[in-house]
Design a binder for this molecule. Structure first.
Ligand SMILES: Cc1cc2nc3c(=O)[nH]c(=O)nc-3n(C[C@H](O)[C@H](O)[C@H](O)COP(=O)(O)O)c2cc1C
Length: 437
């Protein structure tokens, strides 16, 4: 069965969604809005919902809504209004400490009954560095280096309690078997952490570990640690190459290909007919403000493109960035391959910031998902509704039943935890005290 994650943005993924009459930017600042979206995803039996995050005011708030809530806070609230759906929060390894995140994700996992997931990001933005005592962004390699040790420490902290450490024996007065709770005494280049953690081992052992950087270093990191990968791929051959590449890296870490789920993003714009879907796409694109897109593009490319003519080609921007390398490659590749002007490129990026946008009927969208899934380019999809809540309603009411009819997607949840939804094993505790012989 394929896996489906709903990637939730306040008004939807199209950059002009907040201006579209079908959205309500004021309501998008309320808990009610997100509760409705999470319940819709759950009605559609989706595996999870996901919230992205950055620790700076990103982009040009003059022309887009940036009413993002802090993901762990919002997902904790959504844990109370949902039962099955997985809850994936983004959190940065560059601007956090492992103890804090180990504790917060363990808390969300307990509060949600085993539905927490962590999208591990290294924070590519310059603006983010400036909010955390730095004048300059740490280099790409330095960020991944820290991320490596960070996740090791977090796993050790989650393993600092055996699953059965809390014995809660009221007659004897023993709450926890302290022989089964251990310090981790981690002493590395970035972190010195004694432990143990101040909360029991998570319900899932470890919350689901998700990763979303697709550079060389990012792919290697995913192969070592990730269980689900969000990725932006424009074409089927690119998607297939990425899929094979990441899965092919697992063996050297003693992992099998089914231990990682690859989920390319897709923003489906639906209509009863193809013409209606295309008209909807055009309606959204007509609301684009080029100045907004130009600034976003400049950030993605780490290069000021605001001073070039909109109807001319993308200037030479080099081939390397200390920011997000894979998105840089994707955007430059798209512009060069299709010989796009800057204006055309802005249109192509407006729907999904480099993720694939597909306008069509529910059957056409299902055909496309099926082709990628059966063609070995995806284990499932990161669904990015162009507008919210309507775009997710359409997907759940029109595409999900089509996938179910084809036997490609579940009709009921069969497990209770996020790991069970994704068909992933519960990690054993690597520090468990050995039973006496
Ligand atoms: C679907 C998706 C979602 C992402 N969400 C975030 C996010 O919420 N916060 C963030 O800082 N980076 C996010 N990223 C960016 C990646 O985590 C990563 O930092 C970026 O792709 C650069 O990594 P790379 O140089 O290995 O490609 C996302 C990427 C993808 C594909």
């Amino acid at each position: 069965m394929m896996h489906l994650n709903a990637f939730v943005m306040p008004n939807g993924h199209h950059e002009a969604a907040w201006r579209h009459p079908s959205t309500d930017p004021h309501r998008a600042r309320t808990l009610r809005h997100y509760v409705d979206i999470a319940r819709t995803a759950e009605r559609g039996k989706l595996d999870s919902i996901f919230l992205a995050d950055g620790v700076a005011l990103w982009g040009n708030v003059k022309h887009n809504s940036h009413s993002h809530f802090e993901p762990l806070t919002l997902l904790s609230a959504l844990a109370a209004s949902t039962v099955h759906i997985g809850l994936i929060a983004t959190a940065s390894t560059t601007y956090n400490e492992p103890y804090h995140l180990a504790r917060k994700f363990a808390s969300l996992d307990h509060l949600s009954g085993g539905r927490a997931g962590w999208n591990i990001v290294t924070s590519a933005g310059i603006d983010e560095a400036c909010n955390f005592n730095l004048a300059k962004r740490p280099s790409h390699d330095a960020r991944y280096d820290r991320a490596e040790e960070f996740v090791e420490v977090v796993k050790k902290l989650w393993d600092s309690w055996d699953d059965d450490a809390a014995v809660v024996d009221r007659p004897s007065g023993v709450y926890a078997d302290t022989d089964r709770i251990r310090a981790i005494a981690h002493d590395g280049p970035h972190f010195q952490v004694r432990g143990p953690l101040n909360i029991e081992r998570p319900v899932q052992g470890y919350p689901l570990l998700v990763q979303a950087g697709s550079s060389e270093t990012g792919k290697e990191y995913a192969a070592r640690h990730a269980e689900a990968v969000f990725t932006a791929q424009q074409t089927h051959p690119e998607g297939k190459a990425f899929y094979d590449d990441v899965k092919g890296r697992l063996a050297k870490y003693g992992r099998t290909p089914d231990e990682i789920k690859i989920l390319p993003g897709i923003s489906p714009i639906l209509g009863r007919t193809e013409a209606e879907a295309r008209a909807r796409e055009a309606e959204l694109n007509a609301l684009i403000i080029p100045d907004y897109g130009l600034r976003q593009l400049s950030k993605m490319l780490d290069h000021d493109v605001t001073r070039y003519p909109l109807d001319g080609p993308l200037p030479d921007v080099g081939s390397f960035t200390e920011g997000g390398q894979s998105r840089f490659d994707l955007v430059v590749g798209l512009a060069r391959r299709e010989d796009l002007t800057i204006r055309q490129l802005l249109e192509r990026l407006a729907g999904g910031r480099g993720h694939r946008v597909f306008a069509g009927t529910p059957v056409q969208v299902a055909d496309e998902l099926e082709a990628w899934y059966r063609g070995g380019a995806a284990d499932g999809f990161n669904v990015m509704p162009p507008t919210l809540p309507g775009g997710l309603d359409d997907f759940v009411d029109l595409v999900v039943p089509e996938l179910q009819r084809r036997g490609l997607f579940r009709t009921e949840y069969s497990g209770t935890t996020l790991r069970e939804h994704y068909g992933l094993a519960r990690p054993v505790n690597r520090n468990r005290v050995k039973e006496p012989a």
